[in-house]
Ligand binder design. Structure first.
Ligand code: ZN
Length: 160
């Protein structure tokens, strides 16, 4: 069986940056996703197409096919009043905000004083070249309901 759209793929992966630092990993077969449904970043999904169980390979994903390039316009100062009054706001803190399309945006505080907070709303991995070590663990046909929902149900997926 070769991986194609509407397959549920279970894989082990290690994600490192170009300095070899581990950013994320799943080595216990607990990660599953629906292929062809944009559950994972495009540059990785593309390389997985056509692979089979037991295949091990490395994928280098440029920022444009990962989490995008850094956008310096996303570094900006906003009024302190946009943050909860009863919550400390200090450099390095991470807040979740809602974007224009209702999506969740992660905001990192760079500087803060009583009036203004300088934030960076770039994705933490924006501008980072991603190096994946991948091993395909399992492939199965997706259930119709999984295709309808656009994600995997059961082990490694949604539970609802
Ligand atoms: Zn679902």
């Amino acid at each position: 069986m070769k991986i194609a759209d509407n397959h549920v793929v279970t894989l082990n992966y290690t994600l490192t940056d170009n300095d070899g630092q581990v950013i994320d990993q799943s080595q216990d077969g607990s990660f599953a996703y629906l292929h062809g449904a944009q559950n994972i970043i495009p540059g990785l999904e593309k390389e997985i197409t056509g692979k089979a169980v037991g295949d091990q390979f490395q994928v280098k994903v440029p920022p444009a096919e990962g989490y995008g390039e850094r956008d310096e316009n996303r570094v900006e100062s906003v009024p302190r009043s946009m943050f909860p009054e009863d919550h400390d706001v200090e450099p390095g803190m991470i807040f979740h905000a809602q974007g224009p399309q209702g999506e969740t945006i992660t905001v990192t505080v760079l500087e803060a004083n009583a009036e203004e907070v300088k934030i960076d709303s770039n994705h933490a991995l924006a501008g980072v070249e991603l190096n994946f070590d991948v091993e395909i663990v399992n492939i199965r046909e997706a259930e119709q309901v999984e295709i309808d929902h656009g994600h995997v149900h059961g082990p490694g997926g949604h539970d609802h």
